[in-house]
Design a protein around this ligand. Structure first.
Ligand code: ZN
Length: 269
């Protein structure tokens, strides 16, 4: 099917409006996913950049940031509802208390590790159609963001903090939303200005690689969630919490951006 950008844009806006109204229960909000994608884009090597651009164009898209939240909106789009349902569990992972991954580290895993395995393999497979690979690109960009959002790989039985109510700025919300977007909003920057600010901090120093990369990224997220004080005292997000954890959230965005760039370089060159 030929891309029809106008219709797609309207459908996307509608989906966004519906999601906003319903209160998103998924990954980094749009702002976090856009920042990760933009940071990755700026660090891609020229060959991977050209291939990304070619794949995006097959679907009428022009930037990695624009497609970064696509998998979060599938369920609100009648055309993609089934795909949204089928891929729902691939946005996160639930750990036991010890933050040690003990499932299969391959595409059979019904969690974000399996989601990354599956869609990176499709993206790198030159025998697949452009349409399949373009779709896989959207999932890869999104899931690298998700696995770096600490509450997408937590170790409590509270739907990644969605069931954990907190007070923030005098209003009721939940811990997942605070980490998705509300804490990032306190910087009062639009996503592109935020990406500029984080890029200006220079190259991020990545933790030393060990074992399966996707498992490592998920376990890192879990270990952040397991820190004392991550679940705030008295269910209240105060200035001290933001001062302590906003830099942690920003580091996760920078790590995700660099790792996504490295992954796309490796997969597409
Ligand atoms: Zn997600």
């Amino acid at each position: 099917m030929k891309p029809r950008p106008k219709r797609r844009a309207i459908a996307t806006l509608l989906a966004l409006a519906i999601t906003a109204a319903a209160g998103s229960v998924q990954a980094w909000g749009d702002i976090g996913h856009r920042i990760v994608a933009e940071l990755a884009w700026r660090q891609l090597d020229p060959a991977a950049k050209a291939e990304v651009q070619r794949l995006l164009a097959t679907d009428g898209d022009d930037s990695l940031a624009d497609i970064a939240s696509w998998p979060d909106h599938l369920r609100n789009d009648p055309e993609h509802e089934a795909l949204g349902k089928a891929t729902g569990p691939l946005h996160y992972i639930n750990f036991a208390t010890n933050c040690r991954y003990d499932g299969p580290a391959d595409a059979s895993a019904r969690n974000v590790v399996g989601g990354l395995e599956k869609y990176v393999a499709i993206l790198g497979d030159r025998h697949r159609s452009n349409a399949e690979r373009a779709e896989a690109l959207k999932f890869v960009v999104h899931f690298v963001g998700d696995v770096h959002q600490p509450l997408h790989a937590g170790n409590r039985d509270d739907k990644g903090g969605n069931d954990y109510q907190v007070q923030f700025g005098g209003k009721g919300t939940n811990l997942h939303r605070v980490w998705d977007s509300q804490m990032l909003y306190t910087a009062d920057l639009k996503w592109d200005a935020y990406a500029d600010k984080l890029a200006a901090e220079g190259p991020v120093k990545l933790p030393r690689a060990k074992g399966d990369a996707y498992v490592q990224w998920a376990e890192e997220s879990c270990s952040i969630v397991a820190r004392p004080g991550f679940y705030p005292n008295g269910h209240k997000i105060d200035d001290a919490y933001v001062a302590k954890y906003l830099p942690v959230a920003e580091t996760r965005l920078r790590e995700a951006g660099k790792r996504l760039a490295d992954l796309l370089d490796k997969t597409l060159d």
